[in-house]
Design a protein around this ligand. Structure first.
Ligand code: GDP
Ligand code: MG
Length: 824
């Protein structure tokens, strides 16, 4: 009986909650746990929702949701009890004792519905036969099972209803078989699904698995044809694969029945335990104990035997619901469509909304017309889908359906790369050949570093040309304005504040675009994933993930998009730490400062000094990552798949698009934060009493910013900086590019000293200059970066933490350099 069938005033005990994982969790969190008594407070025939009382609380459920909860009603219990001649009859008006209800509920719960899902010819029917003792036709060709066959058997006191479904490669709506299997999963809501996987053909078989994961069903993988795998000499790390997929895997040989007992032990564990599996990965002991107690009490003449201890796979239970990561572009689209679907409460009990969103993006006609169109906001959902599909097409240059398939295969290929060693290979795909070189244990690294070298080299050498053109253009605009505006504060604001500030920074646009061109090429060709793959080990030593490497590299360009790129990291912990250390990757905005100071103080050892700054940043990042993962950021490091998409020659169009997308972010920063900061700094340096001083230097000293610089002087004096340098630091808070422009404003205005080398204009020692560069490298990442951390981490707390720790660290490092260096 279903909970929705109980009438007002009736009571029932919960047997089980059906449906997909997301729904089950929500319902269970509301208190609808097996063995709990529910009372109907108000169930009027046409009224929705229905009011219930459970565990002392009143909750309301939609009728459709209540229909997904199986219960034993008091009436049912009374009738059953009275049918048993050995038990004392319960009269119509006395309540049924809780013990009796519980016994019956447990008895009903004994039935487990299981469905077999897998590719054609992977051994489902053989498995069905050995388990149920059936004699269905088995044949080594596809399409033998056309409709569902049902078999029954008892195992360990449980009654299994096993359904053999037709074989399918996928769960799209292309063939009747696929539709049939999907319909069965949704409508019959099996308690557990056995995903039969042919161990000899993992890549293709796991594709279906990833779709089942999207559906968020409770499942176990039967790694069938295990005998063939053993025989082939190829090695699969079952444990590892299971962890990556978040699904238990049991090796089986369904032709002989090997491993099948273990398979059903795991199913029992899943079935009994999964409702109680919160963040913990394992089935809780108390659940097992309760189950054992019940078993020995209720199943006569049978003693519970757990799985055989010596079997290593019987006790594993990696259950965590993962999302197959389809990459940032597709995930953004999934989220957008899902958000629109979620406005509908009517559908969430039946389907995982993520699954619906993915199917819609795949243009699944069945879901579209049968499920989504009838919804009140069906039109809106489809409109969002169309918009997202369009956007995706532009972004990845592929239609969304193909892109999703590719991403799934990339996920599988990454998972297998980590867990599967093929010694006996006869496939010679291009990807495999290239991979054997670029992900080679030894050769992978030099190849990667050569690539990085070329990237940086090209960025600066090639970038120098357009840089000169932009400089020229900015100057042109400046003189133009000079001519047309009448003198006064407004003119000074436009020329010195806006054109000077923004112009000084916009010259770096070509370098940044070039850097992004390389990064986009790496991403789109598939090489970035390989680079992350070879760096995975090193990153793990830092407590990070191979994927952390990508945002870290991007950080050399600009920390803002780099922090956004850390979205690709699934593990929250690794993601957060990656964001926090990202500012230590010296972004291109800091480069002009180094160039100016190195040019002035270390002209003979320029590259060496520059390299040392970058290296110190990286070293500190490593150090901080270790500290943060150990002491500050909580959470466990669950393993995640590194997706390895197939290599592709990216089209010029796509690379150009991606480059431009990123460049746009930089330009936005120009028009927004840098412009505002330039104006503020100009204002602070211009007022008060602009006209009252004889020299500009004197005026600067007495302006607001001069006073501010003086105010912080005591704090930076131990680092060897003067107040003008302090002002540089303050202005860098807006954007690091502003440090240079501020310094040049402050130190050039000594009237006729324009031609003197900056090192003579800045009256500090090389040591202090070096400390200053380090300070600029480390301290407060610009406001835009802090805003990005806030946005991506979802809390101001981490943004504030990033701001504080970097500033403190900068002070300590510069202090140490200056004080220790001064001793020599
Ligand atoms: P279905 O299409 O998924 O129902 O697969 P079948 O059960 O019809 O099996 C297809 C073929 O694989 C048959 O020839 C089986 O004998 C064979 N087979 C099934 N399970 C195994 C196994 O574990 N190992 C080996 N070597 N062959 C198997
Ligand atoms: Mg079959």
């Amino acid at each position: 009986m279903r909970l929705s069938e109980l009438e007002t005033g009736q009571k029932g005990m919960i047997v089980k909650v059906l449906g997909h994982g997301g729904f089950r969790r929500r319902i269970i969190e509301m208190g609808f746990i097996k063995g709990k008594t529910v009372e109907v407070i108000l169930n009027a025939p046409l009224k929705d929702p229905v009011k219930y009382k459970i565990m002392g609380y009143e909750v309301s459920l939609r009728r459709q949701e209540a229909a997904m909860i199986e219960v034993v009603s008091e009436e049912e219990a009374r009738t059953q009890n009275n049918e048993d001649t050995f038990l004392k009859p319960i009269t119509q008006n006395t309540p049924v004792p809780e013990e009796t209800m519980r016994r019956l509920a447990r008895g009903k719960r004994r039935t487990i519905n299981v469905a077999l899902v897998g590719n054609p010819n992977c051994g489902k029917t053989s498995l069905f036969n050995v388990a149920s003792g059936g004699h269905e036709h088995v044949g080594n060709y596809s399409g033998v099972t056309v409709d569902a066959k049902e078999g029954h058997f008892d195992f360990q006191g449980y009654h299994f209803r096993l359904v053999d479904l037709p074989g399918t490669y996928s769960l799209s709506a292309y063939s009747p078989e696929e539709l049939y299997v999907r319909k069965h999963i949704i409508e019959e809501t099996p308690d557990v699904i056995i995903n039969v996987v042919d161990a000899g053909n993992l890549e293709r078989n796991l594709y279906l698995t990833t779709q089942l994961i999207d559906m968020n069903v409770r499942m176990v993988i039967a790694l069938n044809m295990y005998d063939a795998l053993e025989h082939s000499g190829n090695k699969l790390n079952i444990h590892g694969l299971s962890e990556l997929l978040g699904v238990p895997i049991v090796p089986t040989v369904s032709r002989t029945g090997r491993g099948v007992d273990n398979l059903f032990h795991v199913i029992i564990g899943l079935y009994e335990g999964a409702d109680f599996m919160g963040q913990k990965k394992e089935i809780k002991n108390e659940v097992l104990r309760e189950f054992r107690e019940w078993h020995d009490q209720c199943v006569q003449g049978h003693k519970y035997e757990g799985p055989k201890e010596e079997d290593p796979f019987a006790h594993q239970s990696f259950i965590r619901h993962i999302h197959i990561n389809h990459g940032p572009e597709i995930e953004a689209s999934i989220d957008a469509v899902k958000k629109e679907i979620c406005k509908n409460d009517n559908i969430r009990h039946e389907y995982s909304t993520r699954f619906l969103a993915i199917k819609l993006l795949e243009n699944d006609k069945d879901i579209e017309s049968r499920v989504v169109a009838p919804l009140p906001n069906g039109k809106d959902i489809l409109a969002v889908r169309d918009k997202e599909a369009e956007r995706l097409k532009r972004a990845v240059n592929e239609d969304s359906e193909q892109a999703i398939t590719d991403a799934k295969y990339a996920f599988i290929s990454g998972a297998l790369k980590e867990t599967y060693t093929e010694t006996n290979t006869n496939t010679e795909a291009f990807t495999r050949v290239v991979d054997s070189i670029v992900t080679h244990r030894i050769w992978g690294f030099p190849i990667f570093f050569i690539f990085l070298y070329i990237m940086f080299e090209a960025t600066f050498v090639l970038g120098a040309y357009p840089q000169a053109w932009i400089e020229w253009l900015v100057e042109l605009i400046g003189t133009g304005v000079e001519h047309f505006m009448s003198p006064g504060p407004l003119k000074d604001l436009v020329i010195d504040g806006i054109i000077g500030g923004v112009g000084g920074v916009i010259v770096f646009l070509p370098n940044i675009l070039l850097l992004y061109l390389f990064i986009s090429f790496m991403e789109d060709s598939g090489y970035m994933a390989r680079a992350a793959f070879i760096m995975d080990k090193i990153m793990h030593k830092m407590g990070l993930h191979g994927k952390s490497f990508i945002p870290l590299i991007m950080g050399f360009g600009c920390n803002v998009p780099a922090i956004m790129a850390s979205r690709i990291i699934e593990s929250r912990k690794a993601r957060l730490v990656t964001m926090l250390i990202n500012p230590l990757m010296s972004c291109s905005a800091r480069l002009p400062i180094y160039l100016v100071l190195i040019g002035a103080f270390f002209p003979s050892k320029a590259s060496l000094v520059l390299l040392s700054i970058y290296a110190i940043g990286i070293l500190l990042a490593v150090l901080m990552a270790r500290v943060f993962t150990r002491f500050i950021v909580k959470g466990d490091d669950s393993p995640f798949v590194m997706e390895l998409p197939p290599y592709r020659m990216p089209t010029a169009k796509v690379v150009a698009r991606h480059t431009w997308d990123k460049g746009k972010q930089y330009l936005k920063k120009m028009g927004g934060i840098i412009m505002i900061a330039s104006i503020i700094i100009w204002f602070l340096g211009y007022y008060p009493n602009h006209e009252a001083y004889a020299t500009t230097a004197e005026q600067q000293e007495n302006s607001y910013i001069g006073r501010l610089g003086k105010a912080i002087e005591p704090a930076i004096e131990p680092l060897g900086f003067d107040w003008k340098m302090g002002i540089g630091i303050l202005s860098g808070v807006g954007a690091k590019e502003l440090v240079v422009s501020t310094l040049s404003v402050l130190y050039t205005n000594e009237d006729d000293v324009e031609n003197i080398n900056l090192s003579e204009r800045i009256p500090i020692t090389p040591l202090a200059a070096y400390g200053y560069m380090l300070f600029v490298l480390i301290y407060f990442p610009c406001i835009a970066t802090i805003a990005a951390i806030r946005q991506e981490s979802g809390s101001w707390k981490w943004a504030a933490f990033a701001a504080l720790y970097t500033t403190a660290l900068a002070w300590i490092v510069s202090f140490a350099v200056y004080q220790i260096g001064s001793l020599f």
